[in-house]
Design a protein around this ligand. Structure first.
Ligand code: APR
Length: 435
């Protein structure tokens, strides 16, 4: 097999072409085709997960044998649907890419058939340090209940887009703020804006119409194409068009985020982590904007990953999180909605919910937006955040004063004061009129 892109595409066309001309195909056919143009991975790539997934689909709705050929046909439309190279959303630059939903479906069909060269996962890493993996290969091997459920959501997407191609557009915007565009947290006179805290519901269901936060990894999508099944991965599975961002979005830097406008919701789920289950298809009833994009906006922003929770009580880290959240929340025009968020950075990344809530409140105040904070059934955090907010609003504090307060709290924590939580610290300072 030749190594150039033209030769590679010829081989892909031959084998996916053969697959697409059949009325039905099974996993062995899919595997055979994929391995023809990826021979160097012959010994590494497994397909047991895909095979075991096919077996658990109830017979009456086993749409897969006829779906594989349709997906191969969709993948082969790449030269027709994507005539120009898609620009990279590269590090350090604000830039946007708008794709039609049909283009995205074609690119994702290519990802499914692993046609992108050198864009695979290698263990926990990717072949390019600065770019996420995009080929679906790691979803196909090492079977698990998690992967079977993930594949249900993904195949539901392909079923829908091959039955009736969606007609809208989706915009992916990388936002990179320069130092001059970042707030001076020390001297900010901004006051906290509205906050609604709830332990019920979720960001994606109950934050419709708001800017929804994706608790992201710096390589967007995190472990969506592997075993990960936390907030970000679930978001990407129920809105699979988000996955295409992995094709062209370089690792996010400290002052960067990715904003996605217009992606469609295709699935309903229940549970989280090991208890995640695909429940069924979703009819997306969200309206469209003047660009024919669905009125859904998601911001991928990666919190810091603390190996040990004590690491977060460091002013430089607090400042990094403030800048990151501000970058995500910054408005570009009037009439932009409030933010739907929650325990950003407080699960896999070991952040502390009171501190992260305060950081997001401060960033939202700077950006001029209110916050809806979903604690995801965590009643304690709901009570704590509500109490903290009430106290701070009563004292009419500014963002600058809060920044100074957090600095003091960090000092206390680094000098061994781990028995006092942030809410207790604020309550104490308030009782001494020291806010
Ligand atoms: N809506 C609101 N809150 C949620 C939702 C949801 N849909 N899903 C989860 N949560 C809550 C849970 O309480 C969870 O523990 O948010 C908390 C934090 O979620 P994580 O996904 O663990 O977020 P984070 O700590 O930022 O970890 C990010 O995990 O998913 C990967 O790719 C991602 O590597 C990144 C890391």
């Amino acid at each position: 097999m030749g190594s150039g892109p033209v030769e590679r595409w010829k081989v892909i066309s031959k084998h996916l072409g053969a697959l697409s001309s059949r009325s039905e195909a099974d996993v062995a056919d899919v595997q055979k085709a994929i391995m023809k143009y990826n021979p160097k991975y012959e010994k590494q790539w497994l397909f047991d997960s895909l095979a075991s997934f096919v077996k658990v689909i109830p017979k009456e709705d086993n749409y897969l044998p006829s779906l594989f050929p349709k997906m191969a046909a969709l993948a082969l439309k790449l030269p027709e649907h994507v005539k120009k190279a898609i620009p990279l959303l590269s590090a350090g630059r604000t830039a946007a890419v708008t794709l039609s939903q049909v283009q995205i479906s074609c690119l994702l069909a290519n990802a499914f058939f692993c046609t992108f060269p050198h864009r695979n996962a290698c263990g926990a890493h990717t072949e390019y340090w600065g770019l996420p993996s995009i080929n679906f290969t790691s979803l196909f091997g090492k079977t698990s209940q998690r992967k079977r459920q993930k594949l249900r959501a993904i195949m539901q997407y392909f079923k829908e887009v091959t039955d009736s191609p969606p007609r809208g557009l989706v915009t992916f915007e990388r936002r990179c703020l320069s130092n001059a565009e970042l707030p001076d947290w020390t001297s900010s006179k901004k006051k906290l804006l509205q906050l609604h805290v709830t332990s019920q519901g979720s960001i994606e269901d109950d934050g419709v119409g708001m800017l929804q936060v994706d608790f992201a990894a710096s390589l967007v999508g995190g472990g969506v194409l592997n075993s990960g099944l936390l907030q970000e991965e679930i978001l990407f599975l129920i809105h699979p068009e988000l996955i295409v961002s992995r094709l062209f979005t370089e690792r996010l830097g400290d002052n960067e985020c990715l904003i996605i406008t217009g992606c469609q919701k295709f699935s309903i789920y229940s549970g989280f982590g090991d208890r995640f289950e695909w429940v069924g298809p979703c009819v997306d009833s969200v309206g469209r904007d003047e660009w024919f994009r669905l009125q859904r906006q998601i911001v991928a922003m990666d919190a810091l990953h603390f190996k040990h929770p004590s690491e977060q009580y460091d002013v430089r880290k607090v400042q990094r999180e403030l800048n990151k959240a501000y970058c995500g929340f910054k408005k570009v025009g009037a009439g932009e909605p409030d933010v739907a968020t929650g325990k950003w950075g407080c699960g896999a990344f070991n952040g502390e919910p009171q501190l992260k809530a305060l950081i997001q409140l401060m960033a939202a105040a700077e950006a001029g937006r209110g916050l809806a904070f979903f604690t995801f059934r965590d009643e304690k955090t709901k009570r704590d955040v509500e109490q903290m907010y009430k106290l701070l609003v009563r004292e009419d504090v500014t963002v600058g004063q809060l920044y100074a307060l957090i600095q003091d709290y960090c000092r206390l924590r680094t000098h061994g004061g781990s028995g006092v939580d942030l809410l207790q610290f604020i309550t104490l300072r308030s009782s001494r009129s020291q806010l």
